[in-house]
Design a protein around this ligand. Structure first.
Ligand code: NAP
Length: 335
């Protein structure tokens, strides 16, 4: 028996079975029966091989609640809610802080795994805690933001703790006061183009939505997982040791005195813009994104990504890391 596994990359993939968990007790029962199950939301940040040998469990619980606590509003959302629907829900109730994260594809439960971020805001800044089911015994555990081990587009659940927990809900702290984050030139320019000088959170969300629609392929029409590579974060010492070609590239100050480089620019300048492998291709309007032009397999994406990484490394001495998780495909060695 095998069943199709939907994913936003639109690669054809099957698993032994695909089951849905609409409640906590259903999820616990599924994990008890299939502790090896691959837990997914919408498959918006995964590269899948043509066959996943085990069971895939789709998180489908629903519900959003709000509560006043210590002068702020805490919003608790089930993992099966759509992320953008949560952003809209909060904006519609005058709860601010998620507007820069508008239109990010995927479900709420996937958001903490890669600590979603955009335009100067990341989930870690808003998350108070999350609840997750431990796969080994079905226990429901609460993690504070600190215990989630958040990093740049990363968390403990994606790295050291991968496969050990299934997120069932997250709690965010939002504000009724408007405090727009306008650090990114794209956002400021878009607001300017909209004729807005004193932006409300709704204006910021509208600007972010317009930018994303223009720059990024809509996963409902063109298969993609958003960024396929993380923007490299390196220390000042590492930056000084890079070849001349790399030191001239765009770099932004990151945490702890580190520097964040633009993976899109590295890929572009390494000459990978028109690169393809089968139906997998670099998206010309944003080279950080790989798209399925039709019929691409997960392996095509990994082969293309391996080629891009090798070119970037040869030209700039920088190793790009993949952002999506990879299942059912042997990663190709680079050395
Ligand atoms: P961009 O705005 O052209 O920025 C390119 C790079 O410069 C990114 O590494 C970005 O860091 C950094 N950067 C730009 N302005 C900065 C500032 N004022 N301070 C600090 N760092 C700055 O990037 P883009 O590719 O069009 O994406 C726009 C935003 O959406 C970015 O935040 C990006 O991370 C996010 N995004 C995420 C995904 C995803 O799937 N994860 C997909 C598309 C876009 P950051 O990456 O830290 O912002």
């Amino acid at each position: 028996m095998s069943a199709a596994v939907d994913n936003t990359l639109k690669v054809s993939a099957t698993a032994r079975d695909v089951v849905e968990a609409h409640t906590l007790s259903q999820l616990q029962a599924i994990l008890r029966a299939h502790p090896e199950a691959l837990v997914l939301g919408e498959g918006s940040n995964v590269v899948l091989g043509t066959h996943i040998p085990g069971v895939v469990c789709l998180i489908r619980n629903r519900g959003i609640t709000t509560e006043m606590r210590n002068g702020a509003v805490e919003v608790t959302a089930a993992a099966g809610e759509r992320w953008h629907a949560l952003v809209r829900y909060c904006l519609g109730r005058g709860l601010h802080g998620l507007e820069n994260l508008a239109l990010i594809p995927g479900l709420v439960g996937a958001a903490p795994l890669q600590n979603i971020g955009a335009y100067g805001v990341e989930l870690a800044q808003r998350l108070v805690s999350l609840r997750a089911v431990r796969v080994s015994d079905g226990a429901v555990c609460t993690f504070s933001a600190e215990e989630c081990g958040f990093g740049y587009r990363d968390s403990w659940f994606k790295s050291g703790g991968a496969g050990q927990f299934a997120v069932v809900e997250i709690t965010l702290r939002l504000s009724t006061q408007s405090a727009p984050v306008l650090d990114y030139p794209d956002v400021r320019n878009e607001l300017h183009a909209l004729g807005v000088s004193q932006p409300t959170p709704v204006d910021v969300a509208r600007a972010v939505i317009r930018i994303r629609r223009r720059k990024l392929p809509d996963p409902r029409r063109i298969g993609n997982v958003g960024s396929f590579f993380k923007n490299p974060v390196i220390s000042g010492v590492q930056r000084n040791a890079l070849p001349e070609a790399a030191r001239a590239l765009e770099a932004h100050r990151s945490n702890a005195g580190n520097w964040k480089l633009s993976a899109a620019q590295l890929i572009d300048r390494a000459g990978c813009k028109g690169e393809r492998c089968g139906g997998a291709a670099v998206w010309p309007r944003q080279p950080l994104v790989l798209v399925n032009l039709g019929g691409a397999t997960g392996q095509d994406f990994i082969t293309l990504a391996t080629r891009i990484r090798a070119r970037v490394r040869a030209r700039f001495g920088i190793q790009l890391e993949l952002e999506p998780r990879v299942y059912g495909i042997d990663p190709e060695p680079l050395d």
